[in-house]
Design a binder for this molecule. Structure first.
Ligand SMILES: [Zn+2]
Length: 293
């Protein structure tokens, strides 16, 4: 059984609720005058049903619209729980990702490891858009912004009336992970971070790391420029990009600050993100480009 709770952050508008699945992932529930919006469906239909039960009163009294931020397992595997009562909106590139064999491979792997994933049935988004999309809730507007880089299909949500950005995985503490070492994905991630930075948000709600501090956006941008600066000073020789050494001064927490209370068991996870980012930076340097957004 998973542990879902409804929580919030200091100063966050009461119409926005954080739907927290332990340390795994946060989804977000937004109540507008005309409809409710659930941004992401957690990692299983069971977890999503638990969330809906906790939101029971508010969720029933007006239509429900669901947004999938991107097709990573921890954000959309709960779709079946809402498929009979809500449209599920995602960026058009989400469908390509949904159809990729890797989605089923990840499900097979996770189901082999953990009982709770054995009952997961996948469900694709039902409405897609390109560019951006606007949900007019009457009192609140939800602007769905294509923010690729972490994944090609990533969408963040901007609520201008509340100066609140649901950045999901485009921003992460300590660091977000780029999709691949292809320089175009690094450029996309930096452009997405800059776009989010430019919103002037007072709350930047992340899906991992349990923070809504807008300072994390600047911290992520500073991490990439410092990584680029330090990587430039290294002679990478003929190392293949999947086998780069990590010279002194290029460790994860040499390049960015360790978050307060950072759990040691998460270190290997974010070290892997850091290695992916470094490979993208080195390939960008080799191809003679600046990784500017
Ligand atoms: Zn995620």
């Amino acid at each position: 059984m998973s542990d879902v709770e409804i929580t919030t952050y200091p100063g966050l508008d009461p119409r926005v609720s954080i739907v927290r699945l332990g340390e795994t992932v946060d989804a977000v529930f937004v109540r507008t005058a005309r409809f409710n919006v659930l941004v992401d469906t957690l990692d299983t239909p069971d977890a999503c049903r638990q969330a809906l039960a906790l939101l029971e009163g508010p969720v029933r009294d007006r239509p429900l619209v669901v947004v999938n931020s991107h097709m990573d397992w921890d954000h959309f595997w709960g779709n079946v729980a809402v498929g009979d009562r809500a449209v599920i909106i995602a960026h058009e590139t989400a469908l390509q990702r949904y159809r990729a064999p890797s989605v089923r491979e990840v499900l097979r792997e996770k189901a082999a490891e953990e009982e709770r994933y054995r009952s997961v049935e996948l469900l694709a988004p039902s409405v897609t858009f390109s560019g951006s999309m606007c949900l007019d809730g009457g009192d609140l507007t939800l602007e769905l912004l294509h923010t690729p880089g972490h994944t090609p299909d990533h969408v963040a949500v901007w609520i201008p009336e509340l100066k609140t950005c649901l950045a999901v995985d485009a921003v992460e503490d300590p660091i977000p992970e780029v999709w691949s070492d292809d320089p175009k994905h690094l450029r996309a991630l930096l452009a997405s971070l800059s776009m989010i930075q430019g919103l002037g948000a007072e709350h930047v709600v992340l899906a991992h790391g349990q923070t809504s501090s807008p300072a994390i956006v600047a911290k992520n941008l500073a991490y990439f420029s410092e990584l680029m600066r330090r990587a430039k000073a290294v002679d990478w020789g003929a190392h293949a990009s999947d086998d780069l050494p990590l010279p002194a001064g290029l460790g994860l927490f040499d390049v960015t600050a360790e978050p307060p209370g950072f759990p040691p068991e998460m270190r290997a996870f974010y070290d892997a993100f850091h290695r992916t980012n470094l490979r993208a930076v080195v390939r960008t340097l080799r191809e003679g480009g600046a990784a500017r957004g």
